[in-house]
Ligand binder design. Structure first.
Ligand SMILES: [Zn+2]
Ligand SMILES: [Zn+2]
Length: 357
């Protein structure tokens, strides 16, 4: 693919301390910059980076600037997966590596006091907990503050296990949310409205469905907007969306799950060119990983194919692989495959990674 004109990478930009906004439910009553000493931000990022394999350096945003945070990097079924006894699953099972969480990102606009989450995974409870501690230094208030005062919307990519089943936590047995906006495709909205237990969440107004139109930008705050787009991915129950998340300085492409990069309604390459940072499907490093499972059951563009398609990325754009299957050798930081990814200028997303927008 062609390279594009370099854009300035979003790096730590100290706030002038004049931004005085309060995160609902958070403890930030001080000016944001005063509340979060810069070294603390760095330590938070560094500590989180140690928890899952990855490469590259953190981009820690200025405290008042919007950013995305990676809340999980694994394929739907996580690691270890049920009935999986390969090296990756065994390493986690034996406690030699921390258990990764399922692919998910949070979106934070400190100045507006808003947070959003992209996908409701089987790890939804701890992932929302982690998001509510953003921006760094925020301590969620104790007591019964409604979830929708902390979390201002959920975007769903599609109806596969790892991407929406966390919604189960929003009903009476859990958070009992009230009118929490759920941004979904029209097909996902009909699926949720027609099938229990999700229909119960809709009927009882724990969630409020907001239908997205591919290509139509949704403004979230003064600094953040999202444009959904259609993704080619197997449609057992619903279609699949990816998202361009627009900040004041950078646009993030989020497409954790796809069958192929070809044949999209809006070409993948065109969407990629509009992004400065991309988090893309890295389920399999190559087609050799599945053992007894036919690859046709779970098609994904392998990492090696994506690298070949996108070309050398040692420029200003950042491309991170996410949604790693339990078979993926990229879980092993010392693997030769990690070198291949690094040498081509790509990276493997890590939980806790912050991407300034
Ligand atoms: Zn998935
Ligand atoms: Zn899927």
């Amino acid at each position: 693919m062609t390279s594009r004109s370099p854009k300035r990478r979003r790096t730590t930009a100290p706030s002038d301390g004049l931004t005085r906004r309060r995160f609902l439910g958070g403890a930030l009553t001080l000016p944001v910059a005063a509340a979060i000493p810069a070294p603390f931000v760095g330590r938070v990022a560094a500590a989180a980076f140690g928890s899952e394999p990855g490469v590259g350096s953190a981009v820690v945003p200025g405290q008042a600037s919007p950013y995305a945070v990676v809340l999980g990097t694994a394929q739907d079924a996580g690691v270890p997966q049920v009935n999986c006894f390969n090296d990756n699953c065994n390493a986690v099972r034996r406690g030699e590596r921390p258990a990764p969480r399922v692919s998910c990102i949070g979106l934070v606009d400190p100045a507006a006091g808003k947070r959003f989450i992209f996908d409701a995974t089987p790890d939804f409870a701890p992932q929302v907990g982690e998001l509510l501690e953003h921006p760094p230094g925020t301590t969620p208030a104790t007591g019964s503050v409604p979830l929708e005062e902390y979390l201002h919307g959920i975007f769903l990519t599609h109806g596969h296990m790892g991407h929406y089943t966390g919604l189960i936590h929003l009903g009476r047995e859990g958070a009992a949310a009230r009118g929490l906006p759920l941004y979904v495709s029209a097909a996902m909205a009909s699926y949720l409205g027609a099938n229990e237990p999700w229909a119960f969440l809709v009927r009882n107004e724990h969630v409020r469905l907001v239908e997205l139109e591919p290509g139509t930008r949704v403004v979230l705050t003064d600094s953040l907007a999202v444009t959904p787009f259609e993704v080619v991915h197997r449609q057992e129950f619903t279609d699949t969306l990816g998202f361009l998340i627009h900040g004041p300085e950078r646009t993030l492409m989020f497409v954790p799950d796809a069958d192929v990069w070809e044949g999209w309604t809006v070409p993948f390459e065109e969407l990629f060119e509009r992004s400065d940072v991309a988090l893309i499907d890295g389920s399999f490093f190559s087609y050799d990983e599945l053992g007894h499972r036919p690859q046709g059951d779970v098609p994904h563009p392998p990492v090696v194919t994506s690298i070949e398609l996108l070309g050398d990325q040692r420029g200003d754009r950042e491309v991170w692989f996410i949604h790693l299957n339990n078979t993926n050798p990229l879980w092993d930081l010392d693997s030769r495959e990690n070198e291949v990814v690094r040498d081509a200028g790509f990276g493997v997303a890590r939980r806790g990674q912050i991407l300034g927008l």
